[in-house]
Design a protein around this ligand. Sequence first.
Ligand code: AMP
Length: 130
Amino acid sequence: MTIFSRIIKGELPSYKIAEDDRFFAFLDINPITWGHTLVVPKIEEDYLFDIDDDMLGDMFKFTKRVAAAIKTALPCRKVGMAVLGLEVPHAHIHLVPLKNEGDLDFKKKIENPSPKKMKEVCELIAKSFK
Ligand code: AMP
């Protein structure tokens, strides 16, 4: 089972933003900006672009709702999106609140993000999810 499946099942903790029957969104534990969020399907598929068309379309619709919640909750100009998947073999979309172009840089992690601030950010985004 992947680490993300264990998070979805509640076996491992996460800063959960939202879920429905097929998708789950939670804060990235090593954020590059505050509010950096991951959206994952509940099924285990390694590569995002191996997900079938209908499901991928629905995942994108769910991701759009999460991005809207981030944009409402946090001061940012736009919410950027990236797909890497080089570390965890469970498809996921990164959503990153952006103030500047340089914010979408995966080499610039926030150092030791405090659990208190992660919880605050998580609650703000979760509250804005519709
Ligand atoms: P990648 O597979 O290259 O897209 O990177 C995986 C991402 O998952 C990284 O940004 C990690 O910080 C993030 N990550 C790994 N484990 C966890 C976890 N337990 N909770 C939240 N995010 C995680």
